[in-house]
Ligand binder design. Structure first.
Ligand code: AMP
Length: 420
């Protein structure tokens, strides 16, 4: 029988690298937890209709990339391709917006699934940490989210990322622009699929990566020229607030993003060391989404940062995260009696909050010390029959190599003191 492999476009997180993923998730979540965002967890799958309506029938995510399936009971479900629609669905279902405390601020962390052509930085299963602020139209909220994402990346030590910012207008001015853009696009020499896209979602044609299309797009109407006064004022305020916070950004009038629900503020975090999959995170305002999925009007804003690409960005910059050692003390028993005594010591150390591990399987001194070395422990404690007869264990400093005898009943306190 052949052995199994992870499905195409997926990979496993295994030690020691998995520790970095955990640290990245925690670093992204930390500023959110510190800013009034509560943790939310939703199912890994939803009714397919939620995404069709919420993400958009014309988006690649829904038409090409969704893992949709029918259950034995006849339910039409899909693995979640993104987080926003689910989080908003859950908030509406729990009536969080009626508790009289808007905005409802939520953060999440989890797995997402898209049937994409796999390449470096683009997987079929990936991981995001996200934040949504639901039910409030306030430029300070848009600014808050951008500032918190910037803070998360900086706390991780990332430097070579850029923030691209744009406004997509609202339900007043966007349709006017959309019509003008459609007029322009109809006059171009485009293939059939692109023309169809121009009909359904013309803004996304601006995103086309092909050079021959981009050449023709020179002179296309620019959204900025069509923004209504309310949208202009709103956008200027967002820009002023993030500027005042010392967060640098670039105005990018071509930034439209691949989802249908965005209005007004749109942003993307890109990293220049990642090649073609350069977006490490993105988000924006989605004032119409709640109504699109059957809820009341709830203007909202949010982002999702990709954990996989953030780890790749850290690698590209050569940033080494300061990870706490998995093990501080490694116990090496020589003989049956020592095994019982040191196992007790390890249990006590762990209770005291000291990361401790043990040489299992009755290994000899040489093999066990190899394990101690590999564990990265700062100290090893070794005990054989003679030590026990004298009521001591040997405490070895793994950095200096020095060794001293310490009374068995004092070893926990001694190690606690040494490890601070
Ligand atoms: P999006 O909803 O497409 O804007 O995705 C938000 C973030 O999730 C992106 O900036 C990426 O960091 C990450 N992401 C999206 N799709 C993938 C994928 N297929 N593989 C890895 N990361 C992804």
């Amino acid at each position: 029988m052949s052995t199994f492999q992870a499905p195409k476009g997926t990979y496993d997180l295994i030690p020691p690298d998995s520790a970095r993923y955990l640290a990245v998730r925690e670093a992204i979540a930390a500023p959110l937890k510190n800013s009034g965002y509560g943790y939310i967890e939703t199912p890994g799958f939803e009714n397919v209709e939620l995404f069709a309506r919420g993400v958009g029938e014309s988006t690649d995510i829904v038409t090409k990339e969704m893992y949709a399936f029918e259950t034995k009971g006849g339910d039409k479900l899909a693995l979640r391709p993104e987080g926003t629609a689910s989080v908003l669905r859950a908030a509406l279902e729990a009536n969080l917006h009626k508790a009289g405390n808007l905005p409802v601020k939520l953060w999440y962390s989890g797995s997402y699934y898209r049937y994409e052509r796999p390449q470096k930085g683009r997987y079929r299963h990936f991981s995001q940490v996200g934040a949504e602020a639901i039910g409030s139209e306030d430029p300070a909220l848009d600014a808050e989210l951008i500032i918190l994402a910037d803070q998360a990346y900086r706390a991780l030590g990332l430097r070579n990322f850029r923030i691209l910012l744009n406004s997509l207008g609202d339900k007043e001015c966007r349709p006017v622009y959309r019509a003008a853009l459609q007029d322009f696009l109809r006059g171009l020499d485009l293939d059939e699929e692109t023309l169809r896209r121009a009909d359904i979602n013309p803004l996304r044609v601006l995103d086309d990566k092909r050079a021959d299309v981009q050449k023709q797009l020179v002179g296309a109407p620019v959204l900025r020229d069509y923004l209504c006064d309310a949208c202009k004022t709103y956008h200027e305020e967002v820009r002023a607030l993030i500027t005042a916070a010392g967060v640098a950004f670039e105005d990018d009038e071509k930034l439209v993003r691949g989802l249908d629900y965005y209005t007004r503020t749109t942003f993307e975090f890109v990293h220049d060391g990642l090649g073609s999959q350069s977006a490490v995170g993105g988000g924006g305002r989605y004032d119409g989404l709640s109504e699109m999925i059957g809820g009341p009007s709830l203007p909202s804003v949010g982002w999702a940062l990709g954990v996989d690409r953030t780890v790749l960005a850290l690698e590209a910059e050569g940033v080494e995260l300061e990870l706490p050692p998995a093990t501080s003390v490694f116990a090496v028993p020589l003989g049956e009696e020592a095994r019982r005594v040191l196992f007790g010591v390890v249990t006590e150390l762990r209770k005291a909050g000291v990361a401790a591990d043990f040489s299992y399987g009755g290994k000899g001194l040489k093999g066990a010390m190899k394990n101690a070395n590999r564990s990265g422990a700062r100290y090893a404690i070794v005990a054989g029959e003679r030590d026990l007869a004298e009521g001591v264990v040997q405490l070895k400093d793994m950095e200096s190599g020095e060794q001293e005898a310490v009374a068995s009943d004092a070893i926990v306190e001694v190690l606690k003191a040494k490890l601070g």
